[in-house]
Design a protein around this ligand. Structure first.
Ligand code: IPM
Ligand code: MG
Length: 384
């Protein structure tokens, strides 16, 4: 093909992407405030099981959730709504990351408890549809991905605030093959996007008495977008004079998290999307693996709570699904309870999980030498 034609086509695609992002900026500028759950007569919790081990660990969370909120379900303050169809088969059949009818059901809820969903990778033989997680974060504008990691015996109390709608993920499935030889992906940072995640991170640090927020980027190389992220977070930090802000590059941060002498000094980490993705898996590994970590995806109107890991198709292929660890989803459930203002119940669940983890009467190994997911669910319920 003629070089000029190729260039024009690529520029046209880039133009469309920029237009979409500028429209998103306008929407962010006109955004309202966070919803106040205490003003709601009823809170609707939508449950999507997902793929692989997703339905198994999600069902366990629903069982624990029902045990914890029996009175509220009975008096109609809480409704738990099962939402079908967020499966890889249905998503491929409809060729949509979240089929329209599923998204419509999701939007009728206030908060979503979501099991892991399979993300087709390019070249895997499956159609290259966008990850359901990423699509949901964008569709519901869930801009903050909050991932706590706690290791009490080591004094580790990290909370990761990962920007959740921008960076490499904003148009991650819309990169451009300019020619057969040249491909370009895009990373996106906006002033509004950086400020809102920073405000949430600093608010959290203030409320919880953490005197330090660490901004993690790769601004020595990715100068424009990461540079702006730092600039905008620093601006927000001026409203929090009691909190020390420091800056780290993502590579050295991965190393420092291994440094036993230094790592407990970190408290709140504030990062663009992709670095947050990588560092939160690393951080969770110290706590006992990604199977132990939950995550909150928070927006102004909606919020979604999920495990930080994937759907573990290998466990299903090998017939080990019933040995999946429900702790990640149970942690996510605790975060959801706290988000909707049920702090006492959230604390109860967290305490039960901590107790089971410390006591180790049952241990999950992912195999038949360990407890099953539902045995572990019973164990947790027995401690509530
Ligand atoms: C996560 C996951 C997702 C992400 C994948 C499944 C798209 O790794 O929630 O961290 O990269 O955000
Ligand atoms: Mg991840």
């Amino acid at each position: 093909m003629d070089r000029e034609v190729q260039l024009n086509e690529a520029c046209e695609k880039f133009r469309k992407l920029m237009k979409g992002q500028l429209e998103r900026v306008e929407r962010m500028k006109n955004d309202g405030d966070f919803v106040d759950y205490s003003q709601k007569d009823k809170i609707r919790i939508g449950v999507c099981g997902g793929d692989g081990i997703g339905p198994i660990i999600t069902a366990e969370s629903v069982r624990v959730l029902k045990a914890l909120t029996k009175d509220l379900v009975e008096n109609g303050k809480i409704e738990i709504v099962g939402i079908e169809g967020l499966t890889i088969e249905n998503r491929i059949a409809k060729m949509q990351p979240i089929p329209d009818d599923v998204l419509a059901e999701i939007k009728k809820c206030d908060v979503i408890l979501k099991g892991p969903t399979t993300t087709p990778q390019k070249g895997s033989g499956m159609p290259n549809i966008e990850s359901a997680n990423v699509a949901m974060r964008k569709a519901l504008d869930l801009f903050a991905n909050v991932r706590p990691v706690r290791i009490p015996e080591e004094g580790i109390e990290w909370t990761i605030f990962r920007e959740n709608t921008e960076g490499g993920y904003a148009v991650g499935s819309e990169g451009v093959n300019v020619t057969d030889d040249l491909a370009i992906d895009f990373t996106v940072t906006t002033k509004q996007g950086s400020e809102r995640i920073a405000a949430l991170a600093y608010d959290y640090a203030r409320k919880n008495g953490y005197g330090r927020v660490s901004i993690v980027t790769k601004a020595n190389v990715i100068k424009t977008t990461d540079g702006n992220f730092i600039r905008d977070c620093r601006k927000v930090s001026e409203n929090y004079p009691e909190i020390v802000t420091d800056e780290w590059y993502a590579d050295i941060m991965t190393a420092k998290l291994i440094d036993k002498k230094r790592r407990k000094d970190f408290k709140v980490l504030l990062l663009p999307n992709l670095y947050g993705d990588i560092i939160s898996d690393e951080a969770a590994e110290f706590q006992g693996g990604v199977g132990t970590a939950g995550s909150a995806n928070i927006g102004k109107k909606y919020a979604m709570f999920e495990a930080i890991h994937g759907s573990a198709p290998r466990m299903i292929d090998e017939g080990r699904g019933q040995y999946a660890d429900p702790c990640s989803m149970l942690r996510a459930t605790a975060m959801m309870l706290s988000h909707i203002g049920l702090n006492d119940r959230a604390e109860k669940l967290t305490a039960a999980l901590d107790q089971c983890f410390a006591e180790k009467k049952l241990v999950i190994t992912g195999r038949s030498d360990g407890a099953t997911c539902s045995q572990y669910g019973d164990y947790v319920i027995s401690k509530l």
